[in-house]
Design a protein. Structure first.
Length: 206
């Protein structure tokens, strides 16, 4: 039984898309080329519309930083045939490498594409919420590195009380699928998760 569910908070209005969180994660965990536990997705849309003799812009863009969201109903853990994915008492989802058989079922089941296969080890990898840092009372590397202070973390209930309960934003999937442990602060132009008005602007990066 999870005593509390640790979660991330991302202020979409403050995020500049600089990718410092992505770089800090990669550096802290010494990840090989091609493995990214945190990615920054750019969502863009809009057009120019005619209004009398003038053209009016409806163009918008915002960034969403996303990693493993340590879901309350983690489908990766359910899909794993060797029980290699486990939730700690604080809700953080970890991979027990001694049990992982590299079948990649967890990767296919994750709606966020958070699990990454390491071809050198034949094992799955993913964000571990900097569990070692948490145990030392330190901030996760991604949170600490953000120059805009657009990220925060803590028990999910406390984040919801402080920031609201927004967990659905395009282009991320329906949060009801896995109940992700994340709260978003809205961007003035952010769209609902079901929106098809925009597209991922940096698909080659994520």
């Amino acid at each position: 039984m999870t005593e509390q569910q640790m979660a991330f908070y991302v202020d979409l209005a403050a995020c500049s898309g600089c990718k410092a969180c992505q770089i800090a994660c990669k550096d802290k965990n010494d990840l090989d080329v091609g493995i990214m536990w945190r990615r920054v997705v750019e969502y863009v849309g809009g057009d120019w519309t005619r209004s009398g003799d003038a053209w009016v812009s409806t163009v918008y863009a915002y960034s969403v930083t996303v990693s493993c969201l340590h879901c309350e109903d983690a489908p990766c853990a359910t899909a794993c045939p060797s029980s290699a994915l486990v939730k700690r008492d604080d809700g953080v989802v970890l991979i027990d490498e001694s049990r992982c058989i590299g079948c990649r079922y967890c990767e296919w089941s994750c709606p966020y594409g958070a699990l990454q296969f390491d071809g050198d080890t034949g094992k799955m990898t993913k964000c571990d919420f900097c569990a070692d840092y948490l145990d030392e009372g330190k901030d996760p590397a991604c949170v600490a590195s953000c120059p805009m202070r657009a990220m925060d973390y803590g028990p999910l209930d406390e984040l919801r009380e402080r920031y609201g309960d927004l967990a659905e934003v395009a282009p991320l999937p329906d949060p009801s699928i896995s109940r992700p442990a994340v709260v978003f602060g809205p961007h003035p132009d952010s769209r609902a998760g079901a929106s098809t008005s925009g597209r991922i602007g940096n698909l080659e990066e994520v």
